[in-house]
Design a binder for this molecule. Structure first.
Ligand code: SAH
Length: 416
């Protein structure tokens, strides 16, 4: 390269630099990838979705990050090495390939043809989520950087090379786009033709894989909760007697329990979810021990209160409520909700029965969840043994140093 060309190259690749507080530098060095707006030094003007070099107060290079002009999380680290903005699409495509290799190495595609391919920060792709549902791939963009046209094209290209899907759909959450100051847009099919399919998971020596519908079509969204897949199988291993799946959605736990349990009831407040659950039941009917599953459209709190007051009992109860704690502030109220559910369920479990109890709120730590559970057991006058304290499936990696990546708790308890 001539010195002139080198000069031009250097100019072109000159990336804006931002300085961060000592507190932020410590967090970054410990492996956490975020810099909050309040941790920016000086009045740094951040390029919308662009790459910035991150420096400590004493000019030490900490890595490169993707910036947001609006989020409270101003910077999300993308590399610990020097790189430039134009290299981001290629880096994103490499990381998607690496994320795929990681899952293949763990044998995940052999357990399920539906799994999370990219889990944002946990796969060093902050702001990008990709789920594979057999021949349909769904992605969601959560940040300005991942919304860039060049990055989007790289994502689509990588997905086509890696999976040759029959359809790629974009999932859109309006609120997230608003917070990130992104123009509203409609989700749906962006490549190919298919936006609905059937997925299969968790075949075992004793049972063929269970099938579930997946549809990204607006109005009739369906899909399994992929982060619970390994917990479905674990719950099935311990289940005994008559089973109750509370907050059953489209039947993830209920269908697994129905492989061994003759009597299964699923409770959910959403009728469309229960209709999908019944279609899923039909898809698997021949492979199940249960001749039918009773789906009950009701408020779970009412059902648990009424049935526990009436002295109904079950051999196995699953509790998988939506995230009650959407923020740290909501935690005390959320804990009361969790405790009420667990207390009622514990009262109804036969001696020697099984409680499978979950929380998907990352504001609630495992320790807080376990202490709520022991209080509920004390108040229900039941002694419980913790058989397994589990988290999310391995296709939703938990990264040491990034607490937010561990959000799902699933405790399997033996109730004396
Ligand atoms: N266990 C499911 C996922 C549950 S998601 C699975 O593995 O697929 C949470 C579910 O709780 C949703 O289906 C929602 O409709 C339901 N829900 C929320 N509040 C409820 C309430 N008060 N009573 C009953 N169901 C409720």
């Amino acid at each position: 390269m001539s010195s002139r060309a080198r000069q031009i190259r250097a100019l072109e690749s000159a990336q804006p630099s931002v300085h961060v507080t000592g507190r932020a530098a410590l967090r970054l060095r410990a492996g956490h990838p975020w810099v909050y707006r309040s941790d920016l030094e000086g009045n740094s003007l951040l390029p919308r979705g662009g790459l910035v070099r991150v420096l400590s107060e004493n000019e030490r290079f900490l890595g490169c990050a993707l910036a947001s002009s609006s989020s409270q999380i101003a910077l999300r680290m993308i590399s610990t090495e020097e790189t430039d903005d134009a290299a981001i699409p290629e880096l994103v495509s490499q990381r998607i390939a690496q994320a795929g290799e990681y899952r293949t190495r763990l044998g995940i595609p052999a357990q399920s043809n539906a799994y999370r391919v990219v889990f944002s920060e946990a796969d060093q792709l902050p702001g990008l989520i990709i789920d594979r549902y057999h021949d349909v791939v769904a992605f969601q963009v959560l940040t300005q950087a991942m919304d860039r046209n060049d990055v989007r094209q790289a994502v689509l290209g990588a997905l086509e090379r890696q999976f040759h899907p029959a359809g790629i759909v974009e999932r859109v959450e309006e609120r997230i786009r608003e917070l990130e100051d992104l123009a509203p847009m409609a989700g749906g099919l962006v490549r190919g033709e298919r936006s609905h399919t059937r997925i299969e998971m968790n075949a075992s020596a004793a049972h063929p894989a269970l099938r579930f519908e997946y549809s990204a079509e607006s109005g009739q969204k369906t899909g399994a909760f992929l982060d619970q897949r390994e917990n479905y199988a674990a719950a099935e291993r311990y289940a005994r007697g008559e089973a109750l799946d509370v907050f059953c959605y489209q039947g993830g736990f209920a269908l697994h329990l129905a492989r061994t349990s003759k009597q299964v009831t699923g409770v959910d407040a959403s009728r469309p979810a229960l209709e999908a659950a019944e279609r899923n039941f039909e898809l698997n009917r021949d492979a199940l021990a249960a001749q039918e599953i009773e789906w009950l459209e009701a408020n779970a709190f009412d059902v648990l209160r009424d049935w526990s007051d009436a002295g109904r009992s079950f051999g196995t109860i699953v509790l998988d409520p939506p995230a009650f704690a959407k923020s740290k502030r909501a935690l005390p109220t959320a804990l009361r909700g969790y405790k009420e559910l667990n207390l009622r369920a514990l009262k109804m479990i036969d001696p020697g029965g099984i409680l499978v109890t979950c929380s998907c709120s990352h504001h609630l730590t495992e320790e807080e969840f376990l202490s709520m559970l022991s209080e509920a057991a004390r108040d229900a006058h039941r002694r419980i043994r913790l058989l397994e304290v589990r988290g999310q499936s391995q296709d939703h990696p938990v990264v040491a140093g990034i607490a937010e990546t561990a959000y799902l708790k699933c405790v399997i308890a033996y109730v004396e």
